[in-house]
Design a protein around this ligand. Structure first.
Ligand SMILES: Nc1ncnc2c1ncn2[C@@H]1O[C@H](COP(=O)(O)OP(=O)(O)OP(=O)(O)O)[C@@H](O)[C@H]1O
Length: 325
């Protein structure tokens, strides 16, 4: 459904010296520079997948989305989405995709979301009954049915994002590209939007490609993550695999009825990270967990055991600072 091979994007730009003098000078003399944002990206995405694009700021995630959705033309390499070269912006292609870029609205500011949807309806030639049903269903799922006739500029950030998503899905696209859909939203709106996207992916089979710095979004939604690193693919697999390859250690929290005795027979490569009161927190490679659990009851009266993966934000800090194994 989506394939790229050696996909490369160079941006050409000019630097301007600061101040009025710099601005005037740049009118007459411009030196151009090139920045390589994507550097030979190869990927294949199958229909119905929910994929998260991860990477540090400036890694090339938005550029990837823009190339896949046809907003940019590649400098070299190939890209095919639904059998089309996106940058040609063929109508059949545009009818089958939708793009929601956090910082760019598809809704007109001064009119209601419904007015923008009606323009959409005309553009995509949607019949009235299907249109009405779709708007009602989507608005209900996102709890914004009573907000569609208010000028968009009067809506909050979260309400606007929900209205954006409705507009993007009215023509029932096969692929949805989303850039940071929950940025700046409160936990409630974030949860509603996550449930909605999960539903759209499952019920309609819509392929969704999402960029997000919110690891909770990625954990909740994406069964596959692609790590973009300096314009290349740094990792391709599940979030669980990414965690495993980055922080193989698991966290064990042992709670005792009262402060336990010394941790005798603790395997040598297990680290005690908290040793106070009745709680012992340890970090152990997953292969050592059973060994720890077999000696832990001898330290005291063990009342609770919790085994968890390393904290997601910690994992991402390791990944983004180049610590992927
Ligand atoms: N129009 C442009 N002109 C010049 N350079 C650009 C342009 N757009 C992006 N870049 C550069 O290309 C690189 C990749 O940018 P991109 O926006 O794809 O990164 P990103 O991974 O989406 O980052 P972020 O997480 O900060 O949104 C960055 O170094 C950025 O400065």
């Amino acid at each position: 459904m989506i394939t790229t091979s050696g996909l490369t994007k160079d941006y050409r730009f000019h630097r301007q010296s600061p101040g009025l003098g710099g601005a005037v000078k740049s009118l007459f003399h411009r030196t151009h520079e090139t920045r390589r944002a994507l550097d030979g990206l190869d990927l294949i995405i199958e229909p119905g997948e929910f994929v998260g694009l991860l990477g540090r700021n400036g890694a090339g995630k938005t550029t990837t989305l823009k190339l896949l959705s046809g907003l940019l033309r590649p400098s070299s390499g190939t890209v095919s989405v639904l059998g089309h070269q996106p940058w040609r912006r063929n109508f059949d292609f545009l009818r089958r995709i939708a793009v929601v870029l956090g910082q760019k609205s598809m809704l007109w500011w001064d009119v209601s979301a419904m007015d923008s949807y009606l323009v959409h309806r005309a553009m995509y030639d949607l019949d009235r009954a299907t249109f009405d049903r779709s708007v009602a269903e989507l608005a209900e799922l996102l709890s914004v049915s009573d907000l569609l006739t208010i000028p968009v500029r009067k809506l909050s950030l979260g309400e606007r994002m929900k209205c954006e998503l409705i507009g993007a899905l009215l023509h029932q696209p096969d692929v949805l590209f989303l850039d940071e859909p929950t940025i700046g939203l409160d936990v409630l709106s974030t949860a509603v939007i996550r449930d909605f996207l999960r539903e759209v992916n499952r019920q309609r089979g819509t392929t969704i490609i999402l960029t997000s710095h919110n690891m909770d979004d990625v954990e909740a939604l994406c069964e596959r993550v692609l790590l973009v690193d300096h314009g290349r693919l740094g990792f391709d697999g599940s979030l669980a695999e990414l965690i495993k390859s980055t922080r193989p250690a698991k966290r064990l929290t042992l709670t005792y009825a009262s402060p336990p005795g010394p941790p005798t027979a603790l395997p040598s490569d297990v680290t005690m990270i908290e040793n106070e009161g009745p709680i012992r927190r340890l970090e152990a490679d997953r292969s050592k967990i059973t060994e720890v659990l077999s000696v832990a009851p001898s330290w005291g009266e063990l009342v609770d055991v919790e085994v968890a993966e390393a904290d997601l934000d910690e994992v991402m800090r390791t990944v983004l600072s180049g610590g992927l194994r």
